[in-house]
Design a protein around this ligand. Structure first.
Ligand SMILES: O=C(O)[C@@H](CO)OP(=O)(O)O
Length: 245
């Protein structure tokens, strides 16, 4: 269906404006313990399960429906999406899981307590590792247990795609192919899409969508399990975004 524009004086009303829903997973066990997580496949914390259900109820209350859903290959994203879709009675829709939507790979910080890391290295350096889009956290080596090359779910990845660490710019580069090659054609085909991602994979996508500067993105924090609605025009440019509460 064509987007219908109605003009009332100076205001432009878009009827059938396309909506895209982004949502970060519910609180995980390591969010709760304040540990760097990255690609570590930790489960949702008890509160996280409840947050996911509430997000589904909220979307239902606001009459959201979806044709296709996206998750990462990490269980905190997959479970959040599943619980949310269950609330919407939408368990039947196709769910596409991609490693490209995983959290940023946090290198040798994965598993460390954030406060202890600040105490050891200082707030400035840790803040750079966490939020500077071009600062690499310390890398792991390929013989580290945390190297994803030994994990079955990544067996199709090339060595160049298997990270030892990642900054936000690199996360953005590996998120964008799934956005451009899969999600954009589906949105152009008027499919209603929800993406359940992670703090930094969503931060990377939002940086791209909203054309944020490096400075602007350092200040962007995304709450857990809170639907973020993007309204897109016919060219898929964001014209508005807001959290559903
Ligand atoms: O630990 C992580 O993987 C992320 C998200 O929880 O942390 P940060 O807020 O430092 O990006």
């Amino acid at each position: 269906m064509q987007t219908l524009k109605l003009y009332f004086g100076k205001d432009v009303y878009f009827w059938d404006m396309q909506k895209l829903v982004l949502i970060r997973h519910g609180e995980s066990v390591w969010n709760h313990e304040n540990r760097f997580t990255g690609w570590t496949d930790v489960d949702l914390y008890a509160d996280g399960f409840e947050q996911a259900r509430q997000a589904g109820q909220l979307l239902k209350k606001h009459d959201f429906t979806f044709d296709i859903a996206y998750a990462s290959v990490l269980k905190r994203s997959i479970k959040t999406l599943h619980l949310l879709l269950e609330e919407l009675d939408h368990l039947w829709i196709p769910v596409y899981k991609s490693w490209r939507l995983n959290e940023r790979f946090y290198g040798a910080l994965q598993g460390l307590n954030k406060q202890e890391t600040i105490d050891k290295y200082g707030i400035d350096l840790v803040q750079k590792w966490r939020r500077d889009p071009n600062e690499d956290p310390p890398p792991i080596s390929r013989d580290d247990d945390r190297y994803p090359g030994r994990d079955l779910r990544y067996k199709h990845l090339t060595e160049a795609e298997l990270p030892l660490t990642e900054n936000l710019s690199q996360t953005m580069n590996r998120v964008l192919p799934v956005w451009n090659d899969k999600i954009v054609p589906e949105l152009k085909n008027k499919q209603k899409i929800i993406i359940c991602g992670h703090g930094n994979s969503l931060r990377a996508l939002i940086k791209y969508l909203d054309n944020l500067t490096d400075e602007e993105v350092t200040k962007l924090e995304i709450p857990t399990a809170t639907p973020l609605i993007y309204e897109l025009d016919n060219e898929l440019n964001p014209v508005n975004h807001y959290y559903l509460h």
